[in-house]
Structures are given as structure tokens and as C-alpha cells.
Design a protein around this ligand. Structure first.
Ligand code: C5P
Length: 231
């Protein structure tokens, strides 16, 4: 049994600015997507046998050529992404082989520097029987719910809040069922599972699995990479 990884990388990354889609932005001379694929492949305990990457339509061939050397012995499929993240994941999910896969990871290209231990923790939890698993970190800000008119509605107890990262891991049948049911506005795949009544388990994430979203995140990513290269 082995793991398949879906990488949604079809977003434009408007908050990051620039002309290039976010997954193709470079850190340390390589694209976020290359870093993401290399990172997943380095998680040897995950036994990755297949990558399905969703990219901006029209870039499939070029991305396939760029990623091939990093996929190693794993199968690499590149598909055109959709309008929303969930559409990109759904298109990729349709390409994941049904036989021989006991865990599907869904990993944002923008979280290119997730440590190997986090990936392996997620896969181990799925193999240990969890149907859906998310890596989480505590929130450091106080979070408030705000009405459309701008007033604060309430302040949830911070000790019960976490920020959710990727890769998220799933029992393949559960993820297929969750995407078939669909939910408008779902921002992650675990949310689709929650709506089905599936229990989503948490494992410890990492600050290094931050999502490259704003220009300053590229600086942070450069610093993190430089530190890793020295280690
Ligand atoms: O926009 P956001 O940063 O939440 O996107 C998370 C991930 O989903 C990114 O890796 C992005 O490339 C991907 N995405 C996608 N298809 C879309 C929108 C986002 O694959 N239509």
C-alpha cells in the first residue's frame, strides 16, 4: 500500500502580487512547487507512489517537465486546475488510482516548506485508522467573529482554536465521498469531510508549514531555506 499526493497549485496568488502564478514563484532559485514535491518525496515513511498536480490551464506540459526529476520513482500526473481550490482538488482526485493507495494527501503548493515529520505524522494517523487528519498549530492572535457591519459579535476561547495546515490526509474512499457531496465555499478538504459527519483528527503541525500568501512570506521562506541549507 502507498500514498498519493494531490497538490493544488492552480491559484493565481493575487495577494502575493506579481505576474507569475504563486506556485511558480521562486525561493532559493526554485519554484514553490518544486520545493513542495521534493519535500513530500523526502517523507520516505509516506511511501509516495503518485503525485497529481493541478496547475493553471495551459501550463501542464511545462510543469510536467519541470517536476519530473523530483518525482523520482513516483508517477507524476499534471492536470488543469479549476476556478476554486476545491475544483482543482476534485479534478486531481479523479486521476488518483483506486488500487494500492491507502492514504491520499492534499497539500498546498504554497506550503512548500512543511517538515518531513509533519507529513509522516499525518500519514501514520491515517494508516492508524483515522479517516481524515489535519496538522494544526496554536493560534497566537486573539480571534474575533465580526458582523458584516463591522461590530465584534464574540471572541471564541483561544485555547480551543487552532490554525490548520496541509498536508491533510484522508482515507481515499472518504475523500472521494466528501468531494462528491461538495460544499460551496469550502476552503479545505477536511471541511468537506466534517459536513459528511466524518471525525477529523488533528496532529501537531509546524510553524515552517506556513502558507506563502503575502510578499513578506517570500522573505521568510528565503530565510528558512538559507537556515536549512546551513544545517
Ligand atoms: O488561495 P490559497 O492560498 O488559499 O490557495 C491554496 C492553494 O490552492 C495554493 O497552492 C493554490 O495554488 C491552490 N489553488 C488551486 N486552484 C484554485 C485556487 C487555489 O489549485 N483555483
Amino acid at each position: 500500500m502507498s500514498t498519493a499526493a494531490i497538490i493544488p497549485a492552480a491559484g493565481l496568488g493575487l495577494r502575493l502580487g506579481g505576474e507569475t502564478p504563486k506556485a511558480f514563484r521562486e525561493v532559493g532559485g526554485e519554484s514553490l512547487l518544486v520545493h513542495a514535491v521534493r519535500g513530500l518525496k523526502a517523507a520516505t515513511a509516506a511511501d509516495l507512489s503518485c503525485f497529481v498536480v493541478a496547475v493553471p490551464p495551459g501550463t501542464e506540459e511545462a510543469v510536467g517537465k519541470e517536476l519530473e526529476p523530483y518525482a523520482g520513482d513516483a508517477r507524476l500526473l499534471v492536470v488543469p486546475g479549476g476556478a476554486e481550490r476545491a475544483d482543482s482538488v476534485r479534478t486531481a482526485l479523479d486521476m488518483v488510482p483506486v488500487d494500492g493507495i491507502d492514504c491520499i494527501l492534499v497539500h498546498d503548493a504554497a506550503r512548500a516548506f512543511v517538515p518531513v515529520e509533519v507529513i509522516e505524522r499525518v500519514v501514520a494517523a491515517v494508516r492508524g485508522g483515522a479517516q481524515a487528519v489535519v496538522p494544526v498549530v496554536p493560534v497566537t492572535d486573539t480571534i474575533k467573529r465580526v458582523a458584516p457591519t463591522g461590530e465584534v459579535v464574540d471572541t471564541p476561547d483561544r485555547s480551543s482554536l487552532v490554525a490548520v495546515q496541509t498536508p491533510q490526509g484522508f482515507d481515499p474512499a472518504v475523500l472521494r465521498r466528501a468531494h462528491a457531496a461538495g460544499v460551496v465555499g469550502a476552503t479545505d478538504d477536511a471541511m468537506l469531510c466534517e459536513r459528511l459527519g466524518v471525525t477529523v483528527m488533528t496532529v501537531e503541525g509546524s510553524p515552517d508549514a506556513f502558507k506563502v500568501t503575502r510578499p513578506q512570506d517570500l522573505l521568510l521562506a528565503e530565510a528558512l531555506l538559507a537556515e536549512r541549507r546551513l544545517a
